[in-house]
Design a protein around this ligand. Structure first.
Ligand code: SAH
Length: 249
């Protein structure tokens, strides 16, 4: 049997947001590797499941490459898209540093719906103009770099989306990020989009001056409008949020 590594995005949560390509490849996997909660999202199949803890991405990637060398068809699963703050880069880190024979393996990256797209679709069209996506986790980069990027994004007047905005180990960073933005920007629309597409979904529409950092958790995608992002009010229903395509300086 010829081995293969399939790096697959499962989308933000619900089965309807898993692509047909991802479903087809999951069904033919002999082994499924990933962080436990993502492995649990894979529909039932005869594949052997190897669930691991968070933060052991490169070990997990090496394991997948070793299994594929022995002939397995391995699905490495991530939430959302596997290339966005997820397993695809960990697999390529392992390939770059590892056994030269791994470079000849059949490796395929299968895209998925990333969280910022799912959140934006709920709100209207906040990403209709240019936007920046930043992970607030400083596990793999220093906070000073994050702060520098936030300042530059505000200078460019981008819409901003934060992934990994907070965790139990990092409860304070989102508050520091809002402070940086308040120093640099005027008032902005802020949305806390939590667990989009899942049963516990919650959308909080607020502003840079009113947002409460304690309302942000690891299930949250934080969206901050540009100076042009606006609301379309509509009676009882929540307003639409959009960023016009046109930029009039
Ligand atoms: N590869 C994933 C992102 C992994 S980082 C993707 O493409 O979506 C994990 C972060 O993604 C979370 O801390 C949160 O900020 C965001 N996220 C993932 N799923 C989400 C969802 N359903 N709703 C809101 N945010 C989500």
């Amino acid at each position: 049997m010829t081995g293969r590594v399939m790096i697959i995005g499962l989308g933000p949560g619900p089965a309807k947001w898993i692509t047909p390509e991802a479903s087809a490849l999951l069904a033919e996997a002999t082994d499924i590797i990933g962080y436990g909660p993502y492995v649990d999202r894979v529909p039932p199949s005869p594949a052997k499941r190897h669930a691991s803890d968070n933060r052991v991405e490169v070990d997990r990637a090496r394991h997948a490459l070793e299994l594929a060398m022995a002939g397995a068809r391995v699905a490495v699963v991530s939430g959302g898209d596997p290339g966005v703050f997820a397993m695809a880069a960990a697999v390529f880190e392992a390939v770059e540093a590892g056994d030269p024979a791994w470079r000849d393996l059949d490796i395929v990256v299968v895209p998925g719906v990333t969280a910022v797209l799912a959140a934006a679709a709920r709100l209207g069209a906040p990403l209709g103009h240019d936007f920046c996506v930043v992970s607030l986790s400083d596990n793999l980069k220093p906070w000073s770099v994050i702060e520098k990027r936030l300042v530059a994004a505000v200078e460019g007047d981008f819409v901003l989306a934060f992934y990994n905005p907070a965790s139990k180990a990092r409860p304070d960073q989102i508050g520091r990020a809002f402070e940086v933005l308040r120093r640099q920007a005027g008032e902005r629309i802020v949305v806390l989009a939590k667990a989009v597409g899942r049963p516990d979904e919650e959308i909080i529409l607020t502003s840079l001056s009113a947002v409460k950092p304690e309302e942000v958790d690891m299930r949250t995608l934080v969206l901050i409008g540009s100076s042009q992002t606006r609301l379309i009010e509509r009676g009882e229903a929540e307003p639409w949020i959009y960023s016009p395509r046109r930029w009039d300086a």
